[in-house]
Ligand binder design. Structure first.
Ligand code: HEC
Length: 121
C-alpha cells in the first residue's frame, strides 16, 4: 500500500495562488490612484469611447479600454511611451506620462465597467 501525501495538496494550492500575487506586483512601486486617473483620462474620452465607445473621427478603430485588465493597460501605455508600440496618436498621448500617471490611468480604466460606460446619461 502506497502512502498518500496530503502535504502535496497544500503545496499545490500555494503554487496556484502565486501567479495572482506575482501579477499584482508587476505594477511596481506605483499604485494606481483611480481619482487622479479619472482626471488624466479627460483627454482619452474623445477617442476611447465615453459616449458608447464612438470615436470622434470614425474613420479608424479605437480599442475599448474600460474594464480592461489593469496590468495590460500599464504595459500597453508603457509600450507606446517607449516606442515598442508605434501608433503615432498613442505614442503622443503616452510620451508625457510618468509611471504614476500610467498607474493611475490603468487603475481608473480597469475600475470602469464597459456597460456603465455605454449607458452614460
Ligand atoms: C486621438 C485619439 C486617441 C486619444 C485622445 C487617445 N487614444 Fe488611446 N488609442 C487610440 C487608437 C487609435 C488606439 C489603437 C492604436 C493601435 O492600434 O496601436 C489606441 C490604443 C490605446 C491603448 C491600447 C489598447 C489595446 O487594446 O491594446 C490604450 C491602453 C490606450 N489607447 C489608452 C489611452 C489613454 C489612457 C488615453 C488618454 C490619456 C488615450 N488612449 C487617448 C486613440 C486615442
Amino acid at each position: 500500500m502506497r502512502r498518500f501525501l496530503p502535504a502535496l495538496c497544500g503545496t499545490a494550492l500555494v503554487l496556484a495562488m502565486a501567479p495572482g500575487l506575482a501579477a499584482g506586483s508587476t505594477a511596481g512601486a506605483s499604485t494606481g490612484n483611480i481619482e487622479n486617473g479619472q482626471l488624466l483620462a479627460f483627454t482619452c474620452a474623445g477617442c476611447h469611447g465615453i459616449e458608447e465607445f464612438r470615436n470622434a473621427y470614425p474613420n479608424f478603430r479605437v480599442p475599448k479600454i474600460a474594464g480592461q485588465n489593469e496590468t495590460y493597460l500599464v504595459n500597453a501605455l508603457k509600450a507606446y511611451r517607449s516606442g515598442d508600440r508605434s501608433h503615432p496618436t498613442m505614442v503622443a498621448q503616452a510620451s508625457s506620462f510618468s509611471e504614476q500617471d500610467i498607474a493611475d490611468l490603468a487603475a481608473y480604466f480597469a475600475s470602469r465597467k464597459p456597460q456603465q460606460q455605454d449607458r452614460r446619461p
